[in-house]
Ligand binder design. Structure first.
Ligand code: UDP
Ligand code: MG
Length: 324
C-alpha cells in the first residue's frame, strides 16, 4: 500500500453534453495516451444532462474498463459546472480537464504530464491554430484574452481553453473557491501556481456540433470580467466624474448667458441633455445591476451541480488518496 500511494496518479475529466458519437474514440485515444505515461489513471466522464444516450455510453465504457468513472448530473448545468464536478470528484495527483469532442487531442496528454513531472503546477495546452473556426470566433477570442489580462492585471494565458493539467495543490485551491458564477480557466489561473504552456493545433470537433452560441460566449466573457474585476464599476464612476462637472459648467454657462441676455436656444439644450443623461443613467444602472445580479446568485448558495448517479466511485483503477 505504501508503494502504491507513493506512485503518482492521473485523472482526466471530460464534461460531456450529447457527445455519444465521440465517446468510444475519445476513450480509445485517451487510453493509449494515458498508458503511454506509465502512471495509474482514471477517466471521469461528467454527463451534463445529455439527451442522446451519452450516459448509457459512459456506463458501457465503465463496464468494460473500471478505470472509467461516470458522473451523471441530474440535468444540464452547463460546461463550467460539469467541469467543476469532475475536478472536485477526481482523485488523481494531477487532474487534466479536456473537452469530449476530440478538439483537445488526447495525444497531448503525455506532454502535459511531462511538464508536470518537471515541476510545474499548472500546464495549459495553448492553441496555435484554430481550424474551421469562424473569423468572428477567432477575433472575439483574441480580443477577450487581451482585454482580460488588461482588466484583471494578472495573466490569463492567451489562447488556452479549458484543456489543462492541474496538480493536487492547484486542484485543492480551485475546490476552495465557492462561487457559482464561475469561469474555470480564469479561476485556475487566479490560484496563482507555477504555470506553463504546451502548444497544439486545435482540430475541428469530430462529431456533433458546438454547444456554445455567440451569446453564450458573450455571457461567459461577462462572467469572467465581472467575477474577477471591478474595473467596469470604476469606468462608470470615471464617466460620472467627467460628466458631472461638465454638465454643471454647461448649466452655469446657460444661466450666466441668459442673465446677460445672450440668445441661448434652451429647447436644444434641454432635449440634448435629457437624452444624454437618460442614456448615461441606463448605462450606470446596467453595470450596477450586473453586480447586484451576481451578489443575488451567490447569496442563494445553491450547489453548483447535482449528481444523479455515479459509476465507479469506489472501484476506479487508482488507489483513492487519503484513505486511512
Ligand atoms: N459541454 C457541457 N455542457 C454544456 C455544453 C457543453 O458539458 O452545457 C461540454 C461539451 O460536451 C464539450 C465541452 O463542454 O465536451 C465543450 O463544448 P463545445 O465543444 O460545444 O464548445 P466549443 O468547443 O465550441 O467552445
Ligand atoms: Mg468543442
Amino acid at each position: 500500500m505504501q508503494a502504491e500511494t507513493s506512485r503518482q496518479t492521473v485523472s482526466v475529466v471530460c464534461p460531456v453534453f450529447n457527445e455519444r458519437e465521440n465517446l468510444p474514440d475519445l476513450y480509445e485515444q485517451l487510453r493509449t495516451a494515458l498508458d503511454a505515461t506509465a502512471l495509474p489513471w482514471e477517466i471521469l466522464f461528467v454527463d451534463d444532462g445529455s439527451t442522446d444516450g451519452s450516459g448509457e455510453a459512459i456506463q458501457r465504457l465503465h463496464e468494460v474498463d473500471s478505470r472509467v468513472r461516470g458522473i451523471l448530473l441530474s440535468r444540464n448545468f452547463g460546461h463550467e459546472a460539469a467541469a467543476t464536478a469532475g475536478i472536485e470528484l477526481a482523485v488523481g495527483d494531477a487532474v487534466i480537464l479536456m473537452d469530449a469532442d476530440l478538439q483537445d487531442p488526447p495525444a497531448l496528454v503525455p506532454a502535459l504530464v511531462e511538464k508536470w513531472r518537471e515541476g510545474y503546477d499548472i500546464v495549459c495546452a495553448q492553441r496555435t491554430a484554430r481550424h474551421q473556426e469562424s473569423a468572428f470566433k477567432r477575433a472575439s477570442a483574441y480580443l477577450f484574452y487581451r482585454a482580460m489580462t488588461l482588466l484583471v492585471g494578472w495573466n490569463l494565458p492567451a489562447d488556452t481553453g479549458n484543456f489543462r493539467l492541474m496538480n493536487r495543490a492547484a486542484v485543492e485551491a480551485f475546490r476552495s473557491c465557492p462561487e457559482r458564477n464561475r469561469f474555470v480557466r480564469a479561476l485556475v489561473a487566479w490560484t496563482g501556481f507555477r504555470q506553463t504552456t504546451v502548444p497544439f493545433e486545435r482540430p475541428p470537433r469530430q462529431a456533433g456540433k458546438s454547444k456554445y452560441r455567440t451569446w453564450q460566449m458573450f455571457a461567459l466573457a461577462l462572467t469572467s470580467v465581472t467575477s474577477f474585476s471591478v474595473a467596469p464599476l470604476r469606468i462608470a464612476t470615471a464617466i460620472g466624474l467627467l460628466v458631472v462637472p461638465f454638465a454643471t459648467l454647461t448649466v452655469l454657462g446657460i444661466l450666466v448667458g441668459r442673465l446677460f441676455g445672450a440668445p441661448v436656444p434652451v429647447n436644444v439644450v434641454v432635449v440634448a441633455s435629457i437624452w444624454f443623461f437618460g442614456g448615461l443613467q441606463c448605462l450606470l444602472v446596467g453595470i450596477v445591476g450586473e453586480y447586484i445580479g451576481r451578489i443575488y446568485i451567490e447569496a442563494q448558495h445553491r450547489p453548483i451541480y447535482i449528481v444523479r448517479k455515479q459509476f465507479g466511485e469506489t472501484d476506479s483503477g487508482i488507489a483513492h488518496r487519503g484513505t486511512k
